[in-house]
Design a protein around this ligand. Structure first.
Ligand SMILES: *Cc1c(COP(=O)(O)O)cnc(C)c1O
Length: 382
């Protein structure tokens, strides 16, 4: 289409001599969860592990109050937010760095510590941002095999070479929902050279209720090569705000502060982040809701002959049989026709699975009702 000035945009830019750095064109762009279905108003979205209870009303009020100060740059150091996080989790504020979602921090870690020729180790069904951020930095992702959709310490260690710079472990992992015990994570770190950074991505830590799980706070405090990342996108229900943080050794804080944008966390995000931490009753309600309904979903699916991996997070990875008409693609299609969006897993090499977020009571009951119809072989939207 001609633009207003009358000139025509070039049809094809693949012949342009302007090239990105090596590796970038190998990035397969991150596939976000679908949020709309054509022809269906108010589709139910259980595809992005967002909080069933939404944000704390106190966090939403703090966000709104920040509207009056939108002409001001935010505090570039996120000082009050870091102090609030430090107080809440019992950490040192100067070892915390905040980011525009934890994704930004994962990218910054790769940007700072990975270059051409360097390798990053992760587990085969690990979070897809790790290979994306590694390739974008010019490095090479190396995937270690899993057992029962769970990361294996020995397999991860077997992938380490002299070129390894970072090992990313999402614990619990997305999209599998499984976790690695604190003892095993310690064994993993002990098996790494001191010049390899272990990044523990604890995006779902608040949901975990197992005695043998640790998010990584103690390991960061006691070792120079461990980083823990956290997010406000899951338990705190603030995914739209883009807010995450990392707990790091001092030398890594220093490096990340050099490469991050000077105002990488917006003023409304800082304000809402502080308020969300203070609303502990709301956070507890979100944890309790998840625990109750994840168990219910698991059990109801089992009754339908559908099994999920043992999840400690706010979603289930559900496995389907291979037969056409009964497989994951057919189930996804049936769910969509009934106004429900879950996450396809082809991009993770799990085409026989769908990932389903724990929703509100009504959403969970709807999901099971539709899956019941699907397993009974109904083919029409109900
Ligand atoms: C959702 C998620 C994140 C969080 O990303 P944000 O950028 O903070 O929204 C990080 N890691 C994993 C494994 C996740 O599932």
């Amino acid at each position: 289409m001609p633009s207003r000035c009358g000139c025509r945009p070039r049809a094809d830019n693949s012949v342009s001599p302007i090239k990105p750095k090596p590796g970038i064109l190998n990035v397969k762009p991150y596939e976000v969860g679908v949020s709309k279905l054509a022809g269906i108003e108010n589709a139910c979205k259980l595809s992005s592990n967002e909080s069933a209870l939404g944000p704390s009303p106190k966090a939403a009020a703090a966000y709104q109050a920040a509207a009056e100060k939108l002409h001001r740059y935010p505090d570039g150091a996120s000082s009050d937010l870091r102090a609030a996080i430090a107080a809440h989790y019992g950490l040192a504020a100067d070892r915390i760095i905040c980011g525009n979602g934890s994704d930004e921090l994962l990218h910054l870690l790769c940007q700072a510590y990975i270059g051409p020729g360097d390798e990053m180790v992760y587990s085969a069904h690990g979070f897809s941002i790790y290979p994306i951020a590694t390739l974008a930095a010019g490095g090479k992702p190396v995937a270690a095999p899993e057992r029962n959709h769970t990361a294996q310490v020995d397999a991860l260690l077997a992938c380490v070479t002299p070129a390894t710079r970072i090992l990313f472990l999402a614990n619990p992992n997305n999209p599998t929902g499984t976790y690695v015990s604190a003892t095993e994570v310690r064994r993993l770190r002990a098996g790494l050279r001191d010049d390899i950074l272990l990044v523990l991505d604890a995006a779902y830590a608040e949901f975990v209720r197992c005695n043998d799980y640790e998010a990584g706070i103690e390991m960061v405090s006691t070792h120079d090569n461990v980083v823990m990342t956290r997010t406000y996108s899951k338990i705190y229900g603030l995914a739209a705000l883009r807010l995450g943080w990392a707990y790091c050794p001092a030398h890594i804080i220093d490096v990340l502060n050099r490469v991050r944008g000077p105002f990488n966390v917006s003023l409304p995000a800082q304000a809402a982040g502080i308020a969300a931490l203070q609303d502990t009753a709301f956070t507890q309600a979100a944890i309790d809701h998840n625990e109750k309904w994840r168990g219910w979903l698991e059990e109801e699916l089992r009754k339908l002959g559908l099994f999920s991996d043992p999840s400690v997070a706010n979603f289930l990875l559900v496995s389907f049989p291979a037969e056409p008409g009964r497989n994951a693609a057919a189930a996804d299609d049936f769910l969509r026709r009934n106004g429900m969006i879950v996450r396809r897993m082809e991009g993770y090499g799990l085409p026989q699975c769908l990932r389903v977020t724990v929703g509100t009571e009504a959403e969970n009951r709807d999901f099971i009702r539709i899956m019941t119809e699907f397993t009974q072989g109904k083919t029409h939207a109900g």
